[in-house]
Design a protein around this ligand. Structure first.
Ligand code: SF4
Length: 484
């Protein structure tokens, strides 16, 4: 097979891996080196299926001696196979970089022979890139579970970020669907990477030129929907991974059916909206001070598909609201749906000069169509109406979301919008029982004056976004990152 054939097979096989953002490394170009790395992230573009494409995302080989049931590269699957030599891989990366197609490399691999042998080849590729081609750009490499600590150390010296995929949320699912792996082979390297990173930081504090180890941190990926594990189990696990191993990111990847197997779910794949809700919950854990036990508990095991996790929490804790925006501290503001980190900071800064009104909040980027049910300005709510859980819930599930749902149920295409968080995440053929239960007349249960005005606010907010740069950017950012 020629190099183009290999490229086609190996980049195609890598598309199921979602853990490919870059952040945290700022490294200027150096004399005699090629490329640089930018802390703001180098993944600026996304492919049609929403995956990042500005790194060369490739497998070193799609041959694998393991038989993970959910994976296209499993040994029992009959697909074209290809393997790149370390020299070929390094030359390809440099050729792509020189043509300005990519800004870095995301390297993963199937398991050739055994984990150590595979890692040695990956390390050789990166060593050629760094030492022979003097490549200074961003590299994210996957460590192979079961590889030795010496090899993980070497990989971390060459890559900016390394990750070990946890794959499935529970050990039971891992045993069933990935019988060649075990929890220990994933968890142990995570602990080792965390310790090695801390050691590298200490050394760097003492010696300016001490070698760096995975300066952009480490991450992991979980496949969602291949096993019956609940959202509660998933976010509990994510929380403990962040706490114990100081992970930079946990990525959630909705299961893409790869043929049939008795242990895998049959029928429609899990809705992408479920993946989206998990990212929103993850955001709440990392930046909004939420605990997993606040988002879900043993009784409510799965996230609502109808409203985002923050709205869901707020509706279930109406006793904590309304929040007075002119007095509440930053942490309280963060808990209000429609107020993100940026707008909370703006509120805290702006109210030093004057009491804020609802009009001011709009200008500060607050999404009033969500926040309005949960805040007061100088003691007054926007409409002076006492609302209950049911009416708030009905109003938050907007018409556009229901339209997206119906189109999805009917298998019809739906025009996605940057400003429609949930529509953007809805996949074809998804099941949304909660949304279906809300008929088009659900909003009539809330006072009509309130509904009309709430719709006006939503359309006002869109117009303001179009006229002023800052709120528009924040809206788009929220849509892309799951910020709420
Ligand atoms: S080890 Fe990785 S590449 Fe091999 S079958 Fe399992 S998930 Fe696929």
């Amino acid at each position: 097979m020629d190099i183009f054939g290999k490229l086609s097979v190996l980049t195609g096989a890598a598309k199921y891996d979602v853990a490919c953002t870059s952040s945290g490394v700022d490294r200027a170009g150096a004399k005699g080196s090629l490329g640089n790395a930018v802390a703001g992230g180098i993944c600026h573009s996304f492919s049609a299926d929403g995956r990042c494409i500005s790194l060369l995302k490739i497998l070193m080989t799609n041959q694998c001696v393991y038989d993970c049931k959910y994976c296209a590269n499993r040994i029992s699957n009959d697909v074209p196979r290809a393997t790149l030599d370390p020299e070929e891989l390094a030359a390809l990366t440099i050729a792509f970089y020189r043509r300005n197609y990519i800004e870095g490399l995301f390297l993963s691999s199937g398991v050739l022979k055994d984990p150590d042998y595979t890692m040695e080849r990956m390390i050789r590729s990166l060593a050629i890139l760094r030492a022979e081609h003097r490549f200074n750009g961003y590299v994210h490499a996957k460590a192979i579970p079961g590889a030795s600590e010496a090899l993980i150390t070497r990989l971390g010296m060459l890559a900016d970020r390394i990750s070990v995929n946890i794959e499935l949320p529970t050990e039971r699912s891992l045993k069933l669907l990935a019988p060649d792996k075990d929890r220990e082979s994933v968890i142990r390297p995570m602990g080792f990477i965390k310790e090695r990173m801390a050691q590298a930081r200490n050394e760097l504090a003492l010696f300016r030129n001490a070698p760096r180890f995975a300066p952009a941190g480490h991450s992991t990926q979980m496949i969602i929907g291949a096993s019956p594990d609940s959202d509660y189990q998933i976010i509990r696990l994510a929380e403990s991974l962040y706490d114990k191993f100081r992970l930079k990111r946990v990525f959630y990847s909705a299961y893409v059916p790869m043929g049939s197997h008795e242990l895998l779910p049959v029928g429609q794949p899990p809705p992408l909206l479920r993946e989206h809700r998990l990212y929103q919950s993850d955001w709440l854990l990392r930046f909004y001070g939420f605990k997993a036990s606040e988002i879900l508990d043993a009784e409510g095991q799965n996230l609502s598909l109808a409203v985002d996790p923050k709205c869901n929490w707020a509706i279930n804790h109406l006793g904590s609201f309304p929040v007075e925006v002119n007095r509440a501290d930053y942490e309280e503001l963060l808990r209000v749906p429609g107020i993100g980190m940026i707008s909370a900071k703006r509120i805290v800064a702006a109210r030093r000069s004057a009491n804020l009104t609802f009009e001011d909040l709009k200008k500060l980027g607050v999404v009033l169509k969500r926040a309005v049910y949960f805040i007061t300005c100088s003691g007054k709510s926007m409409y002076g109406l006492a609302l209950n859980e049911k009416s708030i819930y009905s109003n938050l599930v907007s018409g556009s979301r229901r339209e997206a749902l119906k189109a999805s149920e009917a298998g019809a295409p739906y025009q996605l919008s940057y400003l429609d968080n949930d529509a953007a995440a809805i996949g074809g053929g998804a099941q949304f029982p909660e949304l279906l239960a809300l008929d088009d007349k659900a909003s009539e249960r809330a006072p009509s004056r309130f509904i009309e005005t709430a719709h006006d606010i939503a359309s006002d907010a869109t117009q303001v976004s179009a006229q002023t740069q800052a709120p528009a950017q924040e809206d788009i950012q929220m849509s892309l990152t799951g910020q709420m």
